[in-house]
Design a protein around this ligand. Structure first.
Ligand code: EPZ
Length: 416
């Protein structure tokens, strides 16, 4: 449990760890080169631990030394992921493409839904079929086989991050070229491309909606450093807006945070962009932001919706959120209302009526970013808050309370 005493302004500087949503596909991609990889700047997260367990299960040698993970994927000798490992982390579906490409077979259970919604993988499976795989997704399992994947033209009906990544990984070992149109443009896709190219793959266009992969190149050992986590940066920016103060986020990439910067500037924060890093200041009561609509990158990221909502609970006026990516991503609202927040949700929309003050409360994390939102709100509330079910937060933040404490927040983790 976190115990947070609100009211302290935040000061000082903080460094971001590597991005969760980049290191997870990169660890899966390490299967492709039948060789050694050294992945640096890895965050220390339970989802990273789960990925390492899957790589070990598949036969790889995996070692973690601080923020660096060493993988030797030469000894890989299986193509299945057992249910208990799949259930630990639904984004294990990102292993589907590389396992299929490397071994010609896959046997895993459906990842299943999570707190955010049903989380289908139809786009992933359609892409594998397009590349020539036999895919049987009946009965809650996913069994694929293919003698040799063939490059294909794959248009995604939705710019799915995971489907883009799975297709890129499968295409690296396919015969011929693959062109992905309507691909997701998130910075983590570009980071994955950089790692694949470091292995000797020929991948172009990541970060735009058209990604080209020339298949069947001999891949070799690679070293790669993971890009800083822009959603953790958005969380810390939200914390400054909520509690007030002035914080430097040393290794933030301003270009990755444009949509967040736009919203928090509209709320009255002063944000200075540096070549590498940003400084964010907030000294007055935030102003409401009338329309925040989540969208695929470079739009406002769905992962920042909950933390930014928490930052606007005491804003002057009403803020309106529209969550267009996931069907059930307002589970943090009920918990925030325990602090006296005034929020109305209707389907994909949520209206936040700013209140003068929030009071500390006992709350439970409902999901990863929803949990971070509770911390952001507690920093700006009067009195003490107690936040439980931290396993959700530990999936995506490897030093939340340490970083916030270094910025002057009164927060501590106690075992219950
Ligand atoms: C990635 O999930 C991230 N996870 C999510 O971050 C993030 O919220 C999401 O992208 C959107 O940016 C990782 O990178 C590990 P999608 P992913 O495929 O790949 C629908 C966090 O908090 N869809 O872009 O699963 C899907 O239902 C997590 O760090 C299909 O319909 O996201 C959803 O509505 C949460 N069919 C939408 O697309 C498919 O085959 C976006 O999903 C795939 C997706």
């Amino acid at each position: 449990m976190f115990i947070v005493s609100g009211g302290n302004k935040l000061q000082g500087s903080v460094r971001l760890s590597g991005a969760k949503n980049s290191v997870l596909p990169i660890l899966a991609a390490s299967l492709l080169n039948r060789g050694e990889s050294l992945i640096e700047n890895c965050p220390d997260l339970s989802d990273v631990q789960a990925s390492m367990e899957i790589l070990c299960h598949l036969g790889c040698v995996v070692k973690k030394d601080g923020k660096t993970i060493y993988i030797d994927s030469r000894p890989m000798n299986r193509c299945d992921i057992p249910d208990e490992l799949m259930r630990k982390m639904r984004s294990s579906v990102i292993f589907l493409g590389p396992i299929l490409a490397r071994t010609g077979c896959v046997d895993m259970c459906m990842p299943g839904g999570c707190e955010l919604g049903s989380r289908p993988i139809d786009l992933h499976l359609a892409a594998m079929r397009k590349m020539g795989a036999n895919v049987d997704d009946s009965g809650g399992a996913v069994k694929c086989s293919s003698l040799k994947l063939r490059g294909a033209e794959i248009n995604l009906s939705f710019p799915s991050v995971g489907a883009t990544e799975n297709t890129m990984l499968a295409a690296c070992l396919a015969e011929g070229d693959t062109v992905i149109t309507n691909a997701a443009c998130e910075p983590e896709i570009e980071d994955l491309q950089n790692y694949l190219c470091a292995m000797g793959a020929k991948v172009y266009g990541a970060g735009t909606s058209t990604v080209v992969i020339k298949g069947n190149y001999e891949l070799h050992d690679a070293v790669h450093s993971v890009v800083p986590d822009r959603i953790v940066a958005a969380t810390y920016m939200s914390a400054v807006c909520s509690a007030g103060g002035c914080v430097t986020i040393e290794n933030a990439v301003p270009a990755h945070l444009k949509a967040i910067t736009e919203v928090l500037s509209a709320a009255g924060c002063v944000i200075k962009e540096m070549p590498l890093g940003i400084v964010i200041e907030s000294y007055n009561r935030p102003k409401a932001v009338p329309h925040i609509r989540t969208a695929p990158y470079p739009g406002f990221p769905t992962d920042a919706q909950a933390p930014v909502m928490a930052a606007l609970l005491k804003a002057e006026g009403a803020s309106v959120f529209v969550e267009t990516i996931f069907e059930n991503r307002y589970r943090h609202v009920g918990e925030l209302m325990r602090m006296g927040a005034d929020i109305r949700t209707e389907g994909r929309a949520a209206v936040v009526f700013g209140v003068e003050n929030l009071g500390g409360a006992v709350m439970e994390c409902t999901d990863l970013r929803g949990g971070a939102a509770l911390v952001v709100a507690a920093l700006g509330a009067e009195g003490e808050s107690r936040i439980c079910e931290l396993k959700h937060i530990d999936r995506g933040y490897d030093s939340l309370e340490k970083d916030l404490k270094n910025m002057g927040a009164a927060i501590k983790r106690v075992e219950i």
